[in-house]
Design a protein around this ligand. Structure first.
Ligand code: PLP
Length: 370
């Protein structure tokens, strides 16, 4: 990390892993629970995941055959691609969307076809535009709600329309739900697998990373129909053997333990979001609606009239505030900067103060490295 830089580029909760979860890991180590586990994960964890899916999403999955523990959502997504997507096929991905989706497609020699999430639509997709992108080679649609980087949340009606499209065109849906608990105001999370006829064609990808502040523990899971889940388990066995036994023990404590740690984190992020978005909107040339999910502000900087990479560098060099250029999330991200508000309030205030003290961000950019 660069010294004296306010780091708002990082995509993880800044708060520590809750103490009862860390304690479960310590107990796992001291009791010698430090060996290989089944490639699908320990049954106690798969059962806890099945109960979570039933409780939160009203979805019933068989813990023996339809759930696999993975080393984070990233590995869950990679294994899902390997299991589902043939070389030469196409997968619809959100634009803007998480920067790893595109390389994941390259990993399996598939082509990513980007569907637009536009600010004027609240960063929600239009099903008719998605349908126009479907070809004979399209294999799956990837949905991510709440979305990284926009913080946009899909409405029930959006998911309904995507479900209709997936069924009409006989497509799988890969549903990246890692930010499902990070919701504000009236926003609600629905898994697309809940919609009629969708459970059999959906792979839910989720993780402990954001909900339980466990990014470094590398723990996630997939839930899918048996043939897909068992392909994923076999791939996991070849590539990763199993997820860390210690992290899995912690995962059981996370899902079975008190959930007020999640609620407290969400209310902390909500307070930060409210103050930070107001501060950002006071910066000349910045515009940002209140995001309803995740912990990102996706700020429209088009009025400044420079590309997002240059603007990002300028903020880093002149204001010592680190952000992510919108263009790294796809062509539709150009003209935006992503700020993470997963940082203490005084750092968020300091970032705004520094940006404002660059005299005017608008039109007075210095020479920057390109
Ligand atoms: N999906 C999205 C949308 C993300 O933003 C991230 C991480 O930032 C991941 C997946 C990866 O999560 P994990 O750390 O569990 O691999």
């Amino acid at each position: 990390m660069l010294p004296d830089v306010v780091h708002l580029e990082i995509g993880e909760p800044d708060l520590p892993t809750p103490a009862h979860i860390a304690r479960a890991a310590e107990e796992a180590i001291s009791s010698g629970f430090t060996h290989y586990t089944p490639s699908s994960g320990i049954i106690e964890l798969r059962e806890a995941i099945a109960r979570k899916l039933s409780r939160d999403n009203d979805l019933q999955y068989d813990s023996e055959t339809e759930i696999a523990v993975t080393s984070g959502a990233n590995v869950g997504l990679s294994l899902t691609m390997l299991a589902l997507v043939d070389p030469g096929s196409e997968v619809l991905i959100p634009d803007p969307g998480w920067a790893n989706y595109e390389p994941l497609m390259k990993l399996v020699d598939a082509t990513s076809v980007r569907y637009a999430l536009k600010e004027e639509d609240g960063f929600r997709p239009k099903a008719e535009e998605m349908e126009a992108l479907v070809t004979d080679r399209t294999r799956a649609i990837l949905v991510n709600s709440p979305n990284n980087p926009t913080g946009g949340v899909l409405e029930k009606s959006d998911l309904e329309e995507i479900s209709v499209l997936a069924k009409k065109k006989n497509l799988y849906v890969i549903s990246d739900e890692v930010y499902e608990k990070l919701l504000y105001d009236e926003a609600q999370h629905y898994s697309i697998a809940e919609f009629e006829g969708m459970r059999g064609r959906t792979v839910i990808v989720n993780a402990f990373s954001k909900t339980y502040r466990m990014t470094g523990w590398r723990l996630g899971y997939i839930a899918a129909p048996k043939p897909i889940a068992s392909a994923i388990v076999r791939l996991n066995s070849c590539m990763n053997t199993c997820s860390s036994s210690i992290s899995q023990a912690a995962g059981v404590a996370a899902l079975n333990g008190p959930q007020n740690c999640v609620e407290e984190m969400v209310s902390e992020f909500k307070a930060r979001r409210n103050a930070f978005i107001d501060g950002l909107n006071d910066v000349t040339g910045f515009r940002c609606a209140k995001p309803r999910g995740a912990f990102y502000a996706f700020v429209n900087t088009k009025a400044i009239g420079t590309n997002s990479f240059k603007l990002c560098l300028s903020l880093l060099e002149r204001a010592k505030v680190a952000t992510v250029p919108g263009s790294s999330f796809g062509p539709n991200g150009e003209g935006y900067l992503r700020f993470s508000y997963s940082a203490p309030k005084q750092q968020l205030d300091e970032a705004i103060r520094r940006i404002n003290s660059m005299k005017s961000v608008l039109g007075t950019l210095p020479e920057v490295r390109t």
